[in-house]
Design a protein around this ligand. Structure first.
Ligand code: FAD
Length: 451
């Protein structure tokens, strides 16, 4: 009898423990289920769906090269898997373990219907396995990373099997194009062009990054330079495993510690959502439940559309819309701006990122939003109010602003970070939505309500 291989955010054939286990038992039925019912309002956002479409296409092509194919189904994971098992005579499912609360629910539901074997491999260490001296879970990144790093390097990655045996009869499959994962508007085709979803695209991106990984610690904070790896959507969809990334980068030698530490943040975030499953919707510090957030639709839209009058913020928000990605330093500035300058609940920003990012990740997104807001389990940073107009020249963002805010492209380096103050704001660029000092005072006054 064949074994089912259930793909989710692990769309790769190499270093895929579930595939190795399934192939070791004989013929394999590889399956992807578009399950919008189990996650409910956490169903994938628009940019993620674009990525998924292309990644599934690539995965199917790679499977065909090995004598197999990808079966596509839509609906509740447990119902679909048990139907598929009946259609092809399978009695077991292999899958990599996932940590989003809805995936953990789905795993429990599946296990009630069929033998489900879960494997590790989407994280440097299985989330939950890195414990404190007294056996507890870490809540703070730095000690977590120290402990995780002590278990590194991760195991050597496995190769993909040379051949994957097909079952005697295939279950029925949907057609990818019928899922309508690609947007009708906006037309993202151009901005999204540089991305190549899929395992091959992930490895190309990894080799490109390897060559300059040594400069990462210096260049990663400069939005005008291409200093970071841009592996986030590939890692989110599991097109490359973190162990593969670790070994490829560590091989280069040099100072790659900073980069590996960022990879550690990804593991950390999963450990947090394992402890706090509703981290994307609930303040970890409940004093913030008393925060008098503003509910200005107009201000929220100005932020979403990149029309706040703060060039660095606007450049970031427009890069996000056009490409599905935003530079990390700018994510911090733009998120802080929404929360503190506009005094809008961080959960509004989290939702917008969820819909717009190709790397939208339940754990990473929620952990970073709560960290920026100061509402999280780690540090309370609300009163550390970032000054976007200082950050912008400090991280040399002039080139970045020119690229993403064409109205400002003609301004020189001295004026571009704050054209209003320099007296040369073009007429088609908005005035500042609120002054920095006024925003700061308003935020600190609101914060006093949480005490
Ligand atoms: P690199 O700097 O090359 O880092 C390598 C990898 O490490 C990344 O691909 C990512 O997997 C991981 N990583 C790096 N920084 C972080 C971090 N701070 N937290 C968790 N993992 C990290 N990242 C997401 O993957 N998905 C999200 O939904 C997401 N939302 C964010 C929201 C906010 C408000 C902020 C401030 C950050 C968010 N990040 C998120 C983290 C970070 O911005 C991105 O992972 C990074 O910009 C991706 O680019 P890169 O692959 O070039 O990163």
């Amino acid at each position: 009898d064949p074994t089912i291989l259930w793909f989710r955010r692990d769309l790769r054939l190499s270093d895929q423990a579930a595939l190795i286990a399934a192939a070791g038992e004989g013929s394999v039925v590889p399956v992807y289920i578009l399950d919008d019912e189990t996650p409910k309002h956490r169903a994938m956002g628009a940019a993620s769906r674009w990525w998924l479409h292309h990644s599934l296409k690539a995965l199917d092509a790679s499977l065909r090269e090995k004598g197999s194919r990808l079966i596509l189904r839509r609906g509740k994971s447990d119902e679909q898997l048990s139907d598929i098992a009946k259609e092809c005579g399978a009695e077991r499912v292999h899958a990599l373990r996932h940590y989003e609360p809805w995936w953990r629910n789905a795993e429990r539901a599946v296990a009630k219907r069929i033998d489900l074997v879960l494997h590790d491999g989407n994280y440097l260490a299985p989330p939950g396995s890195i414990t404190t001296g007294t056996g507890g879970q870490y809540k703070i990144y730095t000690p977590f990373w120290r402990a995780l790093n002590g278990h590194m390097p991760p195991p050597d990655p496995h190769r993909a099997p040379a051949k994957i045996d097909p079952p005697a009869r295939w279950p029925k499959s949907d057609t990818l194009n019928d899922w309508d994962l690609l947007p009708t508007k906006p037309n993202w085709a151009k901005g999204f062009d540089p991305w190549t979803p899929g395992e091959e695209g992930a490895h190309k991106q990894l080799s490109r990054f390897k060559r300059h990984a040594d400069d990462y610690a210096e260049t990663r904070n400069l939005p005008s330079e291409d200093g970071s790896s841009r592996l986030s959507p590939h890692l989110h969809f599991g097109e490359v495993s973190p162990a593969q990334v670790w070994h490829a980068v560590a091989e280069e030698g040099g100072s790659v510690g900073t980069f590996l530490g960022e990879l550690g943040w990804r593991d950390y975030a999963q450990n947090i959502i394992l402890q706090y499953p509703d981290y994307a919707s609930k303040n970890a510090r409940d004093a913030f439940d008393e925060m008098p957030w503003r509910s200005s639709k107009v201000d929220l839209r100005a932020w979403q559309q990149g029309r706040t009058g703060y060039p660095i913020v606007d450049a970031g928000m427009r890069q996000l819309w056009a490409t599905g990605w935003m530079h990390n330093r700018v994510r911090m500035i733009a998120a802080s701006f929404l929360i503190k300058h506009l005094l809008i609940d961080w959960r509004e920003g989290e939702r917008w990122f969820w819909d717009c990012l190709v790397d939208a990740d339940y754990g990473n997104n929620a952990v970073n939003w709560q960290w920026t807001a100061g509402t999280g389990v780690d540090s309370n940073m609300f009163v550390r109010i970032m000054a976007p107009l200082t950050q912008s020249p400090k991280f040399d963002a002039a080139g970045y602003i020119r690229q993403w805010v064409p109205e400002l492209a003609k301004l020189d380096d001295a004026a571009i970070h704050d054209p209003e103050d320099a007296g040369c704001r073009p007429r088609d660029y908005p005035a500042k939505i609120i002054g920095h000092r006024a925003a700061r005072e308003r935020a600190l006054a609101a914060y006093r309500h949480t005490k």
